[in-house]
Design a binder for this molecule. Structure first.
Ligand code: AHG
Ligand code: MN
Ligand code: MN
Length: 350
């Protein structure tokens, strides 16, 4: 009988795997293991709410016609708020966190004084792909874990402003035909499928690898006229297919939920782009650096792919603000490097 490995068992084995002979310094300290299990539990609850759909009064926007907006000026759906609350309530009392930050909250959420303070910081996009909620198409939760730079004091927003290369764990939970939790703690990428009968996440894929070459790309083509020259050049070449300089045909997919597009890329390769464009030239991009681009970049890199803002490695960017936006190109390494090189060539030619 093949053995079933639960998320708990995977995390315990990760903890042992790299423990030093003195017994300290495992890759996953117990508090981080607890944190990840609590996040997974919260995702199970969100998955349940997502599954209920119209039966659970969870569809639609907040307060009917009087729609509310989040700090980014986007309309909040009921599920955005529900998912945010589920994650906060699940994580605030366990003693593993100092604070949380979310797409749906303007400022940070410090763990209330009535609970013990931990040394980790949790950032999340509680519900990614909100425009898919009401049409029964895949959505997800994205999360990133950082350490408090120093303990023994109150948490401030500045504590969260760490580059992606400082993450200690990152992942997402995809609410699709299956509910799938995808995780890295810096030792490759593992995928877990929710077994609803057992109520637990079961390891279904380990050592996920993104092939360096691909014939599939993802970008919102309706923005083409707003793109910068290198992006246009790159996509024009993809569209030219066999007859163009690439000498092969490319296929396109766009799910409008980064979490689902990235999942496809982790499963079979591809390149995902949400580049800066001229619609709002003062914004660096649409996607948020700290709780969308950074965790996805680490997962993609851990699977052998690459991720840049079209110029530099995303994980090396120093965030200046919690809700900072960024241009994103990630996925199969050779494609990401090609588009990034086109940007450098363009800048050098100016
Ligand atoms: P969110 O629902 O958290 O605001 O994020 C949606 C993001 C991302 O997931 C997706 O790739 C992109 O927005 C879709 O943008 P378009 O609507 O421009 O296609
Ligand atoms: Mn999002
Ligand atoms: Mn969101």
């Amino acid at each position: 009988m093949s053995k079933t490995i639960s998320l708990t068992r995977y995390l315990v084995e990760q903890q042992r795997k790299t423990a030093t002979p003195s017994g300290s310094g495992g890759r996953i300290p117990p508090e981080l293991r607890l944190l990840l299990e609590v996040v997974a539990r919260a995702c199970k609850n969100i998955s349940h709410a997502v599954n209920k759909g119209a039966l659970g009064s969870t569809l639609g926007s907040v307060m009917g016609s009087a729609e509310s907006e989040n700090v980014q000026g986007e309309i909040q759906k009921k599920l955005d708020i529900i998912a945010n609350e589920v994650l906060i309530e699940a994580n605030e009392w366990g003693g593993h966190l100092a604070g949380m930050a979310s797409e749906e909250m303007e400022g940070i959420y410090a763990v209330p004084n009535r609970y013990p303070q931990g040394e980790y910081l949790l950032l999340f996009d509680p519900l990614d792909g909100s425009s898919n909620i009401d049409i029964n198409v895949s959505i997800g939760t994205i999360f990133s874990v950082l350490k408090m730079p120093e303990g023994g004091r109150a948490v401030h927003e500045a504590d969260f402003l760490q580059a992606g290369n400082k993450q200690v764990a990152a992942g997402y939970c995809l609410y699709g035909p299956q509910t799938t939790l995808v995780l890295t703690v810096g030792d490759g990428v593992a995928m877990f499928t929710l077994d609803r009968e057992q109520g637990s996440f079961v390891l279904t894929e380990e050592n996920v690898q993104i092939p360096p070459d691909t014939q599939e790309f993802a970008i919102n083509m309706s923005n083409m006229r707003h793109w910068d020259t290198p992006v246009r050049r790159y996509v024009d070449e993809l569209l030219a297919g066999k007859d163009g300089v690439r000498g092969k045909d490319f296929n396109m997919r766009w799910i409008a939920a980064m979490v689902a597009d990235v999942h496809r890329i982790l499963c079979r390769g591809g390149v995902f782009m949400y580049p800066w464009d001229k619609r709002e030239p003062d914004k660096a991009g649409k996607l948020r650096l700290m709780y969308e681009a950074n965790p996805m970049s680490w997962l993609v890199e851990q699977a052998g792919g690459a991720s840049t803002n079209c110029k530099e490695r995303i994980m090396d960017l120093q965030p200046g603000r919690l809700h900072e936006r960024v241009s994103v190109v990630l996925g199969s390494k050779n494609e990401v490097e090609r588009l990034t090189a086109y940007h450098h060539a363009h800048v050098n030619a100016l």
